[in-house]
Design a protein around this ligand. Structure first.
Ligand code: GLV
Ligand code: MN
Ligand code: MN
Length: 407
C-alpha cells in the first residue's frame, strides 16, 4: 500500500515552525501578520516545487492544485490553516496543510495520477484570535459570511482584514469553485487518544459554539474614599461572570464547555475601582438545544450580576454555529484507512472548531485526528510524535485516493 514519507513530513513541519518561532518551541503567526505572510510564502514555494498551480481568493485562502486525468471531476481538497494563536504550537493547523502537501509529494514520487484533481488548501484566519470571527476563510468560501463585510472586520489596533490582506500581498482574485470532497487532518488538541493509546481519531463531527464579546460598564472611582457598597466595579462584575461561565461549562451535559479567555481592564491602575472591562465568553456543546440553554443561563446570570454590582453588561454574539456532523461515507473511509494500515482507532467528536465545520456545509467532509502530548494545544509546548503524524497522513492518503480514484 502506498505510504507517505514520514521523515519528510516531520522535517517540513519543523522547517515551517522556524517561521514565527517562539522561545518555548511554539509559533506566533497571527493572521496576516508578517510571520503569517512568511509562512504563506513558504507554503506557496513548496506547492510550486511540487508542481501545483497556486491560486489565492479574495479572503486570502490559498489553493495548490494538482491536475487529475478527468478534467470534469470535482477536486478533492485537503487542508487546514497556517495562522496560529498568539502563543500557539507547531502543529495546530500546520499539520493539516503540510499533510496535504506530503500527500502530493508522495503521489509525485510514486508517479500516481488521480482521476479527480487534488487541492491542498490553507484557509485564512481559522483561529479567530487577531480577527473575529473564527473560521473566517472557510466561512467566506462556504458562503457563511459575506466577503465585503468580513474585509471590514478590524483587529484591536483598528487594522482591517482588507488592509492586512493588501499589506501581505494575499488579496487574491480566485472565485470559490465546487469541491468533490474535503478532508482535514489535525492533532486532537485534547487527551483522549493519548490516554486510550489510540493512534487515529475517526471524527464524527464537532461541538457547536457561541462566542460573545462582553462589555461591562461601571464607574472609575477612588480606591480609598469610595465605600464598598456604592462602587460600580466592572472587574468585580467580570470576576463573577468568569465563575458563572465556569459553572455553566461544568453544570450542563453533552460535552458542555465554558471559557473566558480574554479580558481588558480599564483604567488598570491599582488604586482606581475599575470602570470598564472588555471580555469574551466561549460556550460549546454537542447538542444545539443544550447550547441554547447554556446561552439562556448566561443571559440570566448577566442580569443578576448587573443588579448586584450596579454595572451595565452588554453581551454581543460574534460567533454561532451549531454542532456539525461529517459525511458518513467519508468518515467510513477514514475508518477503513485506519484498519487497512493496522492502526488503533476510535470514533470521536471534536471539541475544537475546524475549517471542516464550514466545509461540511458545501462538500462531503471528514477529519482525521492524531494524538498530541498530554492533550495540550493552544500552547507553545504543544507536541506530537512523528510516527503518529505519519499515521494520520497515511490514513488521509488512503481516504483521498478512495475518493479521487486513480487513473
Ligand atoms: C479553534 O481553534 C477553536 O477555538 O476551536
Ligand atoms: Mn486548528
Ligand atoms: Mn487552534
Amino acid at each position: 500500500m502506498l505510504k507517505i514519507n514520514s521523515e519528510r513530513l516531520w522535517h517540513t513541519l519543523m522547517d515551517l515552525a522556524k517561521i514565527g518561532a517562539t522561545e518555548k518551541g511554539g509559533v506566533r503567526r497571527l493572521t496576516l501578520s508578517d510571520e503569517d505572510r512568511r509562512g504563506r510564502d513558504q507554503f506557496v514555494a513548496w506547492c510550486r516545487q511540487a508542481g501545483l498551480a497556486v491560486e489565492v481568493d479574495g479572503i486570502g485562502n490559498i489553493f495548490g492544485r494538482r491536475a487529475g486525468t478527468d478534467a470534469d471531476a470535482l477536486p478533492v481538497a485537503v487542508g487546514s490553516h497556517l495562522d496560529s494563536q498568539p502563543s500557539g504550537g507547531k502543529f495546530d493547523g500546520a499539520y493539516g496543510v503540510m499533510a496535504g502537501l506530503e500527500i502530493v509529494r508522495a503521489l509525485n514520487d510514486a508517479g500516481v495520477k488521480t482521476r479527480a484533481p487534488l487541492e491542498v488548501v490553507s484557509w485564512t484566519n481559522e483561529e479567530g484570535s487577531r480577527f473575529v470571527p473564527t473560521l473566517m476563510g472557510s466561512g467566506v468560501y462556504a458562503g457563511v459570511f459575506s466577503l465585503d463585510k468580513i474585509l471590514e472586520e478590524k483587529d484591536v489596533d483598528g487594522i482591517s482584514v482588507r488592509e492586512a490582506l493588501n499589506q501581505t500581498g494575499y488579496a487574491g482574485k480566485a472565485k470559490p469553485h465546487k469541491l468533490g470532497a474535503y478532508f482535514e487532518a489535525h492533532i486532537e488538541q485534547g487527551p483522549v487518544l493519548e490516554q486510550t493509546k489510540t493512534t487515529i481519531g475517526v471524527v464524527q463531527g464537532a461541538l457547536g459554539q457561541r462566542w460573545f464579546d462582553v462589555a461591562i460598564t461601571g464607574q472609575d472611582s477612588h480606591a480609598g474614599p469610595t465605600p464598598m457598597e456604592t462602587r460600580k466595579d466592572a472587574l468585580l462584575a467580570a470576576s463573577r461572570l468568569v465563575l458563572e461561565v465556569n459553572r455553566i461549562g461544568t453544570g450542563f451535559p453533552d460535552y458542555a464547555r465554558g471559557t473566558v479567555g480574554f479580558m481588558q481592564v480599564k483604567p488598570n491602575s491599582r488604586n482606581v475601582v475599575p470602570g470598564e472591562v472588555q471580555m469574551t465568553v466561549d460556550l460549546r456543546n454537542a447538542k444545539d438545544g443544550t447550547l441554547s440553554a447554556m446561552t439562556s443561563e448566561l443571559k440570566k446570570k448577566i442580569l443578576e450580576i448587573e443588579k448586584e454590582t450596579r454595572t451595565a453588561i452588554a453581551a454581543r454574539e460574534v460567533v454561532y454555529f451549531p454542532p456539525s456532523e461529517f459525511t458518513p461515507d467519508l468518515v467510513a473511509s477514514v475508518r477503513e484507512g485506519s484498519k487497512a494500515f493496522g492502526y488503533t482507532h476510535r470514533d470521536m467528536v471534536s471539541g475544537a472548531a475546524h475549517d471542516a465545520v464550514y466545509m461540511a456545509r458545501i462538500a462531503p467532509t471528514a477529519m482525521v485526528f492524531v494524538p498530541c502530548e498530554g492533550g495540550i494545544s493552544h500552547n507553545e509546548i504543544e507536541n506530537a510524535r512523528a510516527e503518529d503524524l505519519a499515521a494520520g497522513c497515511n490514513v488521509l492518503l488512503h481516504a483521498v485516493l478512495a475518493r479521487a480514484g486513480t487513473a
